[in-house]
Write a protein that binds this ligand. Structure first.
Ligand SMILES: Cc1cc2nc3c(=O)[nH]c(=O)nc-3n(C[C@H](O)[C@H](O)[C@H](O)COP(=O)(O)OP(=O)(O)OC[C@H]3O[C@@H](n4cnc5c(N)ncnc54)[C@H](O)[C@@H]3O)c2cc1C
Length: 412
């Protein structure tokens, strides 16, 4: 049985194929009525699934080509960020951001609007300058930033075809240091939230919501010294995992030791399993100007979901123009939940969390667990119906549509 990374979804596809050339991939797509692309399977739901054929693009091969003049890199879509990052760093280049883990595929992460943290840093999808994808007829087409409908193509949820190559913005390599602080009272964190998230290039707050403190603050500083203390909360004296009791060998180097960007921006090292494995995740991207209300509401609700929660993470993401992006149109704060792997339990608490956050403009992360359907999601995305119209134009036979897209985008 084929499962996702978390083991929370068993794929119902009739078969899984791993083509080794773009021609072979085109033939598979052209020859089947229902097809979905599968990346590194880190989405927590049936998002990638299909009743037809799942195609993995990791076998397509292809080179990583850096264009120093244009400051972009062309990348095979199935490549994992960790492999790309190592290559870029060796050649003196860097990405602006990384997700918490480097194990995810470029095309799959981009398709769901995956992000790291940083007040002035967009999501991984915001760095996309071009895409090549196989359409429903099996033909390859290219779309670039500035082309009509490009902003609809990037966070695509796999609904527009199978992405074979992604062009990403790059910049010269840089160093980052990672410093952790512990036990910052929520009242202080909330009062100084803007200063806190601006205090480093990338900032993550970890909390259980119920104890009255932000248990850990992770500051990833680039070209600046971190603060000596955070309103009385001092630096951590040992290496910490954000999950109590989990092995610290999996986390990237802390303690203020400067190192290459790709060995500090992700929380987890490429060579270890990130997090605990047995988990579910949810996340809501809340407009920055509503975040205090969101935090108050979650702290009020916390006793009801605390037994299911392993840890929560608060991050910031800069605005972009991508139609289905969580940060489309405004800066956002990501309110993330790492749950225990109790599928019915988690889906039982999600409606109350969504009743609290969606009215504030909170958009669920497409790759994580959420309960909202198309009627609740439509008002959150100004380009929701434009995306649906784009899917109808590009894929009139709905080859790339599945039940997830039926539920959430009303694409049957
Ligand atoms: C431990 C863990 C940590 C995580 N940390 C973060 C984090 O820090 N930040 C964050 O934002 N998210 C995070 N996520 C969520 C994760 O980044 C997303 O689920 C992401 O989509 C995973 O990429 P994937 O390649 O595994 O996608 P998959 O699960 O394989 O697929 C997801 C979607 O992408 C589509 N897709 C995949 N490949 C292609 C392709 N070649 N062409 C077209 N569509 C494609 C699929 O059809 C599907 O719709 C985390 C997940 C886990 C398990």
């Amino acid at each position: 049985m084929e499962r996702n990374w978390a083991g929370s979804h068993v794929f119902g596809a009739a078969e899984v194929r791993r083509p080794t050339s773009v021609d072979e991939l085109g033939g598979i797509v052209a020859g089947h009525d229902r097809v979905r692309a599968l990346g590194t399977r880190h989405a927590f739901t049936d998002l990638a699934d299909t009743t037809g054929v799942l195609v993995e693009t990791s076998g397509l091969g292809g080179d990583v080509e850096i264009d120093a003049d244009r400051r972009v890199v062309r990348v095979p879509g199935g490549l994992r960020y960790g492999d790309l990052a190592g290559h870029l760093a060796r050649h003196g280049w860097a990405l602006a951001t990384m997700a918490s883990l480097p194990h995810i595929s470029v095309a799959g992460a981009v398709a769901t609007g995956t992000h790291g943290s940083g007040d002035r840093t967009g999501s991984l999808a915001a760095a996309v300058a071009g895409l090549e994808l196989i359409g429903p007829d099996g033909g390859l087409r290219r779309i670039e930033r500035g082309d009509a409908d490009f902003d609809g193509h990037v966070v695509s949820l796999g609904a527009l075809g199978v992405v074979t190559e992604v062009t990403l913005d790059v910049e010269p390599t840089y160093d980052v240091r990672q410093d952790l602080f512990t036990d910052l009272p929520w009242a202080v964190a909330a009062e100084h939230l803007d200063e806190l998230t601006a205090s480093a290039y990338s900032v993550s707050l970890f909390t259980d919501w119920v104890s009255g403190t932000v248990q850990q603050v992770w500051l990833k500083s680039r070209g600046t010294e971190p603060p000596v203390d955070l309103w009385g909360s001092g630096p951590a004296t040992t290496t910490l995992h954000m999950l109590a009791g989990a092995g610290i060998e999996a986390v990237t180097e802390q303690g203020g030791v400067p190192g290459p960007w790709h060995q500090r921006l992700p929380h987890f090292r490429m060579e270890f399993t990130p997090s605990r494995g047995e988990e579910l995740q949810s996340e809501y991207l809340v407009p920055r100007d509503r975040v205090h209300e969101a935090i108050d509401r979650l702290r009020g609700l916390a006793p009801s979901f605390a037994p299911l929660l392993q840890v929560s993470e608060v991050r910031t993401i800069a605005a972009d123009d991508l139609w289905l992006s969580g940060a489309q149109g405004h800066d956002v704060v990501g309110l993330h939940f790492t749950w225990i792997r109790d599928v019915p339990g988690v889906y039982a608490v999600l409606p109350a969390i969504e009743d609290a956050l969606l009215p504030l403009g909170g958009r669920p992360h497409w790759g994580k667990c959420f309960a909202a359907g198309a009627d609740a999601l439509r008002p959150l995305y100004p380009r929701f119906d434009d995306f649906r119209a784009l899917v109808r134009r590009v894929d009139p036979g709905r080859k790339f549509t599945n039940s997830f897209l039926g539920r959430t985008l009303d694409l049957g």
